[in-house]
Design a protein around this ligand. Structure first.
Ligand code: FMN
Length: 327
């Protein structure tokens, strides 16, 4: 971590979490309108999906950068091949998913179950790092099942630290059976102190914290103890939060982007996507939540939900919906 006065320029000082089906390229483009400095994560893409894909799963617009491509997998050779492709495509970083507890992911032997196999994670990271010069990072939980002591977490990081400098820690453990992925984001209790302790014990590593963080004040509070904060659901459900990040966390003097401005800044992008054959319905998911509890917010949502899926739906759907919140 480098510091300049009180400002940290650590790349992951603030990031928007990887979220399957949510942090699509359209979502990232939208979030980027609010914040230039935040690190944005892709959804998890598995190594076999990338290698077998009939179309290009890695395609993204460079204007979304800095973007981290999150990989799922546990085969070092496959991951190394993917890492090379990810770097060639122009992503800023690569992240390995060691936190997802879904059955599908466990059956593929990756995600959170890899916390029990630090030697394999080490091989995966090594293999990727041999192929690329961009950073390779790990996102994981504080534990899994009964492997949930501080000593277990310490040991996991201790084993990886020779090859990995950046850890993003979701501050709750995961139960690998019995809970759905959604329940695994809500039921196991958050333990922020444990993440803070990791930073104390490994001061040379970049440690980011994740889980249940919702406000700018909370983000600032965590940054007293760790290097970075990752926010997931709140960023998606209340994207206006992102409009404050550059100003407050990166000391930017650029004006705060309002939700209406962010939507208007999306127009050329949306037009471009439509002209390339993308359906409006596929683009609008991340913008539906843009207006929270303000006048016209319900009509905004309703108008888009009722019209974006229609054949030939175009930018006029968004323009009309915007009038509800502008008036
Ligand atoms: C819809 C959804 C999809 C998610 N997909 C992923 C994923 O692909 N990879 C991953 O590491 N975490 C995934 N997560 C977990 C988030 O990255 C994050 O760790 C979790 O939501 C806790 O952060 P939060 O409380 O700020 O939302 C997902 C979460 C949600 C809500």
């Amino acid at each position: 971590m480098t510091t300049n006065n009180s400002i940290s320029y650590y790349q992951g000082r603030f990031s928007v979490a990887p979220m399957l089906d949510w942090t699509t390229r359209h979502c990232r483009y939208f979030h980027r309108q609010f914040t230039k400095h935040s690190l944005l994560y892709s959804e998890m893409i598995t190594a076999p999906a990338i290698l077998n894909a009939k179309y290009d799963l890695l395609h993204f617009e460079k204007a979304e950068n800095p973007v981290v491509l999150q990989l799922g997998g546990s085969d070092p050779k496959q991951l190394a091949k993917c890492a090379k492709l990810v770097e060639q495509c122009g992503y800023t970083e690569i992240n390995l998913n060691v936190g997802c507890p879904s059955d599908r992911v466990q059956n593929g032997m990756f995600g959170a179950c890899l916390m029990a196999k630090p030697e394999l994670v080490l091989d995966c990271i090594k293999a990727m790092k041999n192929e690329v010069s961009i950073p390779v990072t790990v996102k994981h939980r504080i534990g899994i099942d009964d492997l949930d002591s501080y000593a277990f977490l310490y040991d996991f990081i201790q084993k990886l630290q020779p090859v990995c400098n950046d850890f993003i820690i979701h501050a709750r453990k995961a139960w690998l059976s019995g809970l759905s992925p959604k329940q695994n984001r809500e039921i196991p209790p958050l333990d922020y102190e444990r993440v803070y302790q990791i930073k104390k014990d490994f001061p040379h590593l970049n440690i980011s914290i994740n889980g249940g963080i919702k406000t700018i004040d909370e983000i600032k509070q965590h940054l007293n103890f760790v290097d970075g904060v990752m926010v997931g659901r709140e960023a998606f459900q209340n994207p206006a939060l992102l409009g404050h990040i550059d100003n407050v966390l990166f000391d930017s003097s650029a004006p705060i982007i309002t939700p209406i401005e962010a939507i208007e800044k999306m127009f050329p992008y949306i037009e471009r996507q439509l002209s390339q054959g993308v359906f409006l319905n596929h683009i609008v998911h991340p913008i539906l939540n843009t207006f929270q509890s303000c006048r016209g917010a319900k009509q905004w949502r309703r108008h888009i939900s009722e019209n974006a899926y229609k054949k030939g739906a175009g930018i006029e759907v968004i323009e009309t919906a915007l009038n509800f919140v502008k008036s």
